[in-house]
Design a protein around this ligand. Structure first.
Ligand code: KG4
Ligand code: ZN
Length: 346
């Protein structure tokens, strides 16, 4: 079975074609094409994603991306068996572009349409590396930080989420303050390579909260920014502010927090397979720290599946299809922009 996937929930235009061999036990998809057209250059000057620009760029980039994907796979559009699209959550203007495009293709070629949850797809990107269920999954992206137990591709139990900023958002905001550019994560990581992670001791995050798996990043963000403000007000000290040290110490504080809650979940739920997904899982320091923990085996999606992409959408859609979850009324499908609600089963 070949599934066309379309992803336009934020600022990456993704089109992918994946094949799943229905005859074999193994439903891990083979990626035939995975095209991602990023928009960083257009949002860079604002230090974050501008929704209006993102939606307009999807309109421009979706058709060339479709053409490229079918060229890469050496296929015609009519040859796909189903069409999958991210329908929630995300920026509504961005989602609309992908959803309307997918509806049109499904109607034109009379194919089943699958409306996919973007967050479940991030969790599924870990399974695409062959990890067996159940596993504990940590999603850390620009919009979300969620700790969950994945029991199957579509059965996901959320145990904790961020109470304020997302992990990636924290990287982006700190980077914006220091004028490092957008997206902030890769810039901070590069700088941190030359710094000493023990130079600055930032406050321990979330020492106490009723949910031991909840995250918080806004306090850390404020501490890092205030730290620099103090230096800026004092010329002599300013000379002593060495950004690589600050970046390394900040990055360490983020990963300490992520790792601490994950370890608590490993102990509580007795599952020793842990996958980290979403844009921040591309971070090399995070990968090293998680890989060195004896209490669990760490899994990470390959780099092109960490950030937003349509291969994870198409791959997960196969399981929706198997579960009889194709969209009944194709013309009636509307994107649902709502963000994830805390503490629920996805
Ligand atoms: O999953 P993603 O592409 O989009 C969302 O769904 O949000 O994640 C983007 C986020 C951004 O906040 C970006 O700064 C962060 O992932 N990111 C990183 C790295 N690469 C991307 N954060 C830390 N280190 C990285 N190497
Ligand atoms: Zn995402």
């Amino acid at each position: 079975m070949i599934i066309l996937g379309i992803e336009t929930s934020c600022d990456d235009t993704g089109v992918a074609l994946v094949e799943i061999k229905q005859s074999s036990q193994d439903s891990t998809p083979t990626i035939l094409a995975n095209v991602v057209a990023g928009q960083n250059d257009f949002h860079q000057q604002y230090g974050g994603v501008v929704p209006e620009i993102a939606a307009r760029k999807h309109v421009e980039m979706l058709f060339p991306s479709l053409t490229k994907a079918f060229e890469d796979a050496g296929m015609e559009m009519g040859e796909v068996d189903a069409v999958a699209v991210t329908s929630h959550p995300g920026l509504v203007g961005s989602l609309l572009v992908g959803v309307e495009c997918a509806k049109t293709i499904a109607l034109l070629y009379q194919k089943p349409l699958l409306a996919v949850d973007h967050l479940k797809a991030h969790f599924y990107s870990i399974a695409m590396e062959g990890v067996s269920y159940p596993y504990i999954a940590l999603l850390v992206s620009g919009g979300h930080t969620i700790l969950a137990i994945c029991k199957s591709p579509i059965q996901i139990e959320v145990v904790g989420a961020t109470l304020d900023d997302a992990g990636g958002e924290c990287f982006d905001k700190v980077a914006k303050y220091y004028g490092l550019g957008y997206p902030g994560g890769p810039m901070v990581e590069r700088l941190a390579c030359e710094g000493n992670e023990n130079s600055y001791l930032f406050p321990h995050i979330m020492a106490r909260h009723e949910n031991p798996f909840a995250f918080s990043f806004s306090g850390l963000k404020t501490a890092v920014i205030h730290h620099a403000k103090r230096y800026h007000q004092n010329k002599q000290l300013k000379q002593e502010l060495y950004l690589p040290d600050l970046a390394a110490s900040f990055q360490k504080a983020v990963v300490d927090h992520l790792l601490e809650n994950t370890l608590k979940a490993v102990k509580k739920f007795g599952i020793n397979r842990v996958g980290v997904c979403g844009g921040v899982s591309a971070n090399g320091y995070l990968r090293k720290r998680f890989s060195n923990v004896p209490a669990f085996q760490a899994y990470f999606p390959r780099f092109e599946l960490c950030t937003d992409n349509a291969a994870m959408i198409a791959g997960l859609a196969y399981h929706y299809y198997q579960n009889g979850e194709a969209v009944g009324d194709i013309t009636g499908l509307n994107p649902a922009p709502q963000s994830f609600k805390k503490s629920k089963v996805l």
